[in-house]
Design a protein around this ligand. Structure first.
Ligand code: ADP
Length: 296
């Protein structure tokens, strides 16, 4: 069964395109990743689905209900974490969370306590005294406190340190195991690859790829930066999947897409002075792989 169905969903801000002709669905029990570079249309999609903004054309349903007409009914079972959270600064965290909970017809106090413990959030602090990361945590608890059936998260991990990100991902997986469907957006490919069952890639307002994670996982994108003791030979840089090479005699930086073992084999034949293997930005991946139409 599909929890979210989009049919040619389109949103223009005046003449500016937000999203165009989005057609896909998110199935019940899925963790669905929605990725794209900044300005691709991720927030626009999520905000349209939540009826915070109105579609220009096309339609979408959540739980089989129309996102515009049935928005209040849909909202009862949806948790949302916006990309930027704004709060009344002089409230305490627990006052804000109790206020949020008051919109739902159930007792959320136990869940608030559990979630704040997992996320290491002090309920007695004033919102104005919190760092950006801690405000984000307030948003996460706020989005999950009513145990929603569908969780929509807009760039949830920006501003969280790696340890908190891990806790947060564990939390999402737990909610998912309990039955919640999750859609979350990100601009980091590696991040969604860890957690999601299926991923849609959005660029310039359109879906350019939608695939399950087994297929995408074969596409590990990495940036290698190496320094060698001896002169670099070309075997490494001639490997299929190597792109965007910057090199001089004893150092090189390149993007790689494909079987990591093949690169490691080549690297093991070199006398290395230093190596850094990084997650490339999505922009880099787009520039060197997707835009060439090389999706194999
Ligand atoms: P993302 O969330 O992927 O970064 P957005 O959905 O925020 O992308 O933006 C998609 C496009 O819509 C961008 O070109 C952006 O400039 C434009 N846009 C977003 N919000 C507005 C707005 N309120 N008014 C005008 N244009 C907007």
């Amino acid at each position: 069964m599909s929890v979210i169905v989009l049919e040619k969903l389109t949103k223009y801000y005046g003449k500016t395109r937000g999203i165009e002709d989005l057609t896909f669905d998110v199935k019940e029990g899925e963790i669905f990743g929605f990725i794209g570079p900044n300005g691709a249309g991720k927030s626009t999609t999520i905000r349209t689905l939540l009826s915070l903004i109105r579609p220009t054309s096309g339609k979408a349903t959540i739980f089989g209900m129309d996102i515009v007409k049935d928005a209040p009914e849909i909202a009862k079972n949806v948790g949302y974490l916006p990309s930027e959270v704004f709060y009344y600064d002089n409230m305490k965290v627990k006052e804000l969370l109790n206020y949020s909970a008051s919109f739902y017809k159930k007792d959320c106090s136990k869940r608030i306590k559990e979630l704040s413990e997992v996320m290491d959030l002090d309920l007695d602090r004033k919102i104005e005294d919190l760092s950006f990361g801690n405000k984000k945590k307030v948003g996460i608890v706020q989005g999950l406190l009513h145990e929603p059936k569908l969780i929509l998260l807009d760039e949830p991990t920006s501003g969280l340190d790696p340890l908190m990100q891990k806790k947060f991902f564990d939390l999402l997986e737990e909610e998912n195991k309990k039955g919640a469907t999750v859609l979350f957006s990100s601009h980091i490919l590696g991040e969604v690859q860890k957690l999601c069952h299926r991923v849609a890639i959005i660029k310039d307002g359109r879906i350019i790829r939608l695939d399950n994670i087994e297929n995408l996982r074969g596409e590990t994108y990495k940036r290698f930066n190496i320094e060698t003791e001896d002169k670099l030979y070309n075997g490494l840089l001639d490997l299929p999947g190597v792109d965007d090479v910057l090199k001089d005699e004893k150092s090189a930086s390149f993007l790689y897409k494909g079987d990591i073992n093949l690169v490691m084999k080549e690297l093991s034949g070199l006398k290395l002075k230093n190596i850094l293997i990084e997650e490339p930005s999505l922009e880099e991946v787009f520039m060197h792989y997707y835009e060439k139409g090389d999706e194999s």
